[in-house]
Design a protein around this ligand. Structure first.
Ligand SMILES: Nc1ncnc2c1ncn2[C@@H]1O[C@H](COP(=O)(O)OP(=O)(O)OP(=O)(O)O)[C@@H](O)[C@H]1O
Ligand SMILES: C[C@H](N)[C@H](N)CCCCCC(=O)O
Ligand SMILES: [Mg+2]
Length: 214
């Protein structure tokens, strides 16, 4: 039975998709069978756009599970929070549908990297958030952060809520793209390393450079 790792971030647009593809490739080079999955994709039609990027970085073609929709159980047209994009289409997001698709992938792969939409507390209906789902499934989290001004606060808030919910933080991936202010970026990385060493001693820290996606 493959291990699921949930890929979240301190916000939307922080680099989860790039980090998911990169981490999948890293596991593949270690000899593991890896697939990525998008929990809920908003803002596109057909195959989930994040999956296309994952496959590009993994340097593999679309997989049968992509064509069958198993790796992206929910796709909505309007680029917004999943709870709203579902409402706009008069559809409901059922957690068991996501659960079943991930379970199918776990039968075949050593790792399933499941990318969320936006940050940890993004809702998928009026009552439940992404983190409720992750907590219920018992998945460890890889948290993607960046050196952008404001990231320290968002990162510590995300870590705090994971600790409070007893959700294991597997790795923090520090996305070094885009490079805007090296003074802030260097200090942010240093501060987060030290914070994790003190408060999350078993959590790994990884740096992600710019990846050229065609
Ligand atoms: N390390 C990187 N190298 C190259 N481009 C990057 C990198 N990190 C982020 N980007 C670019 O920044 C934008 C946002 O990144 P990405 O799509 O991975 O964010 P996200 O957190 O997955 O967003 P969403 O919440 O919509 O899933 C994309 O255009 C992506 O190509
Ligand atoms: C459309 C975008 N690319 C993301 N996939 C969805 C981000 C939802 C964010 C919701 C919020 O935090 O306000
Ligand atoms: Mg993404």
């Amino acid at each position: 039975m493959g291990q699921v790792i949930f890929i979240s971030g301190i916000d939307t647009d922080v680099g989860k998709t790039i980090a998911t593809g990169w981490y999948a490739k890293k596991l593949m080079t270690q000899g593991h069978l890896v697939i990525t999955q998008k929990m809920i994709q908003t803002g596109c039609e057909g195959i989930a756009e994040d999956l296309l990027v994952h496959r590009q970085i993994q340097e593999i073609p679309l997989q049968p599970e992509d064509e069958q929709g198993i790796t992206s159980p929910y796709i909505f047209a309007y680029p917004c929070s999943p709870h709203l994009s579902a409402k706009l289409e008069q559809r409901q997001i059922l957690p068991e549908t996501i659960e079943k698709s991930t379970a199918l992938l776990q039968q075949k792969y050593d790792y399933v990297l499941l990318e969320g939409a936006g940050g940890l507390l993004v809702p998928y209906n009026q009552q439940q958030t992404t983190l409720d789902y992750v907590q219920k499934q018992g998945y460890p989290i890889i948290l993607v952060t960046s050196g952008k001004l404001g990231s320290i606060n968002h990162t510590l808030l995300s870590l705090e809520v994971c600790q409070h919910r007893k959700i294991p933080v597997h790795t923090v991936i520090y996305n070094q793209y885009p490079k805007i202010d090296s003074i802030i970026e260097q200090e942010t990385q240093q501060y987060l390393r030290q914070y994790l060493a003190t408060h999350f001693p078993t959590t790994k820290f990884d740096c992600l450079d710019e990846i050229k996606v065609k």
